[in-house]
Ligand binder design. Structure first.
Ligand SMILES: Nc1ncnc2c1ncn2[C@@H]1O[C@H](COP(=O)(O)OP(=O)(O)OP(=O)(O)O)[C@@H](O)[C@H]1O
Ligand SMILES: [Mg+2]
Length: 370
């Protein structure tokens, strides 16, 4: 039976180094949950605490309501898939997958039936008797996945399972993992530092930095309403623009450095209570800009452009000398040239606004721990 996983004020230390200072998380039963963050932020460390390869220096990890801090690995019933396949090179697909069942002293006929079922689920039944050295990385990773799920674990952990695969195979295997997970409905904690992969597979994502959770939410929440500057720039690309908060016609508004003013209706209480002239940071994604023929928006000069097929990518310098990354749908009729003067507006409902140090989003609809 699949379980929920709760981390309650978890602490991890290696010697004197505090890797995870105080981490709390609720992972729901059956969900595909991803830990996403830069290299060294503690993703593998936390996963290893869940399976039992790492000790816990404070707080508790629970499977449903059971605290598992001191439970031996063999009692936890957790399946794990590693980055480097970790399958036995001298065993056929069948024997690799059957290995965990043989250890459990299950009758031979039952093992055969169960392994064949799993091979079908992960679509490698044709490779049943083949040896790993005659298979692609993606096929080997499917064996590793089959081996992890054949024991009917309560929890499936995957640590960067796609990072050794080339780009095309990565997408194919990623989609297969997502489908298999949703068919068998097992709680899955997936680790990656690839933000696109996280957006594609996850029900929810926890963005981590330096052992601290920055935001937990659905891929859409996190992309559209990042909780802070780090999340806005780590997930997708964002231009960060310094501006001031002002009040104009009784409305809280943004004053850009070249005098352009944009009013928003979606401020949170903190934004409403900040004094006029407070410094703020505006976060605008490249695709959220709109280049206008009118005078709305900032003035700028096209400094360079790159044609990328469906989209064209521009570097545009504002009058206050910030170079913005802007993406527009390629359109020969409205193609801009180097040194063209332009006016740049943006989709006002899509941008995000942070306080001066970038630690908090000042708009409504942001939940950093949902
Ligand atoms: N056994 C260990 N002893 C001491 N420090 C360790 C040990 N294992 C990991 N660390 C440190 O803990 C921190 C977190 O490492 P971890 O492997 O969890 O990062 P990660 O988020 O998985 O990174 P990556 O994306 O590179 O795999 C790093 O600073 C790392 O150097
Ligand atoms: Mg790691």
């Amino acid at each position: 039976m699949s379980v929920s996983v709760t981390c309650d004020r978890v602490v991890k230390k290696y010697g004197d180094a505090i890797i995870i200072p105080d981490l709390s998380l609720n992972i729901h039963n059956g969900e595909f949950f991803t830990l996403l963050g830069p290299s060294g932020c503690g993703k593998t460390t936390l996963l290893r605490m869940m399976i039992g390869f790492n000790s816990i220096e404070g707080g508790a990890i629970k499977f449903d309501n059971r605290i598992i801090n001191d439970m031996p690995v063999s009692k936890r019933n957790v399946g794990m898939v590693f980055q480097n396949y970790a399958i036995f090179p001298h065993m056929s697909t069948f024997n690799n997958v059957a290995f965990g069942l043989k250890n459990r002293k299950i009758p031979k006929a039952k093992i055969e039936k169960r392994v064949d079922e799993i091979l079908k689920i992960v679509h490698i039944q044709d490779l049943r008797d083949r040896m790993p050295d005659r298979m692609s990385g993606g096929q080997q990773q499917r064996i590793a996945l089959a081996r992890a799920i054949v024991i009917e674990p309560d929890l499936l952990l995957m640590d960067e399972p796609l990072s050794n695969l080339d780009a095309k195979l990565r997408i194919e295997t990623r989609d297969a993992i997502k489908n298999i997970q949703s068919n068998i409905g097992i709680t899955t904690v997936y680790v990656t530092h690839d933000q696109e992969e996280a957006l594609a597979v996850s029900d929810r994502i926890a963005v981590m930095k330096d052992g601290v959770i920055q935001q937990v939410g659905t891929p859409k929440d996190i992309y559209n309403r990042p909780a802070n500057r780090f999340v806005a720039t780590f997930i997708g690309r964002s231009n960060i623009i310094e501006a001031k908060l002002i009040t104009k016609n009784l409305k809280r508004s943004i004053l850009f450095q070249d005098g352009f003013i944009a009013s928003l209706d979606t401020w949170n209480d903190e934004a409403l209570s900040l004094p006029d002239e407070s410094s703020i940071l505006i976060s605008i994604r490249p695709e959220e800009f709109i280049i206008r023929d009118t005078n709305d928006g900032f003035g700028g000069i096209v400094r360079s452009k790159t044609f990328l097929g469906p989209n064209t990518y521009y570097n545009i310098e504002t009058s206050y000398e910030q170079v913005l990354e802007i993406i527009q749908t390629s359109d020969e009729l409205h193609e801009l040239k180097k040194d063209d003067p332009v006016n740049i507006d943006f989709a006002h409902h899509k941008i995000n606004v942070f306080n001066a140090d970038g630690s908090k989003n000042l708009l409504l609809g942001v939940d950093s721990n949902e």
